[in-house]
Design a protein around this ligand. Structure first.
Ligand SMILES: [Zn+2]
Length: 242
């Protein structure tokens, strides 16, 4: 198979045999791929020092069933500001783990790729904000079709931003219809809608109460769709960022 070149973000790295690295990438045109970098542990220079977690790079590889064969990697950005800050490393690692968990192999998803790139750029250029993590989660769920409708209660058709809402499983029910999950005030429903409409980090401010409510909802949605423990979340909790 001919070698191809694609833009990629490193989602995960594992040592393999004596000197090799098995890498998981989110590429722009080929979706998620797993590949082997022969001698990648011994000679990182051959791959331009680009085989680092959450680095953005131009990757040349030979697609294969199973593991692709990595030929070359040239860094676009290794995100030095993220790498110099433990909190930012924790958020970037979490975003990459969620992407790896939620994305099937080989499925192209340019919107999701743009979202992850935008989040890494945001972490690189701005102070660490919990709100940005929430914005990433919200848009990740939306891009994958896991975000419940925020404009219409699925039970009565009413507007959940009038009397507030509650989560019931994966659905957001208006308050009069009930539901046993986390309560969401009318203001939070409106801010969530505005966030999805802007598509830009930092465009919508959440006051502390609304941010907490949105966080509870997003935590429960992410956990129910992930279907397994998110390891980097433990690290976020240890350094009191979650
Ligand atoms: Zn209702």
């Amino acid at each position: 198979m001919l070698a191809v070149t694609d833009e990629a973000i490193v989602l995960a790295l594992h040592d393999y045999a004596e000197t090799d690295l098995v890498c998981t990438f989110f590429t722009l045109d080929h979706g998620k791929i797993r590949g082997i970098a022969k001698g990648g542990r011994r000679s990182r220079k051959r791959f331009g020092g680009a085989l680092e977690l959450f680095a953005r790079l131009r990757l040349t590889f030979r697609p294969k069933d199973g593991l692709a064969r990595l030929e070359e990697a040239e860094p676009i950005s290794v995100f030095p500001s993220i790498r110099g800050d433990l909190d930012k490393i924790a958020f970037a690692g979490y975003a990459c783990e969620l992407t790896d968990l939620f994305l099937p192999e080989g499925l192209r998803n340019p919107r999701f790729h743009r979202l992850l790139t935008a989040y890494l750029d945001r972490l690189e250029s701005s102070p660490c904000e919990l709100l940005d993590r929430r914005f990433f989660e919200m848009n990740l769920l939306n891009v994958l079709g896991y975000c419940p409708p925020l404009t219409e209660c699925p039970s009565c058709g009413g507007d959940p931003s009038v009397h507030g809402a509650r989560f019931s499983g994966p659905d957001l029910l208006c308050a009069p219809c009930g539901g046993s999950g986390p309560a969401v005030s009318p203001g939070t429903v409106k801010l969530l809608r505005r966030s999805l409409a802007t598509g830009r980090f930092g465009a919508v401010e959440f006051p502390p109460r609304e941010l907490r409510e949105a966080g509870e909802v997003l935590d429960s949605l992410v956990a129910s769709h992930a279907g397994k423990e998110i390891r980097s979340l433990r690290f976020l909790r240890e350094i009191a960022l979650a």
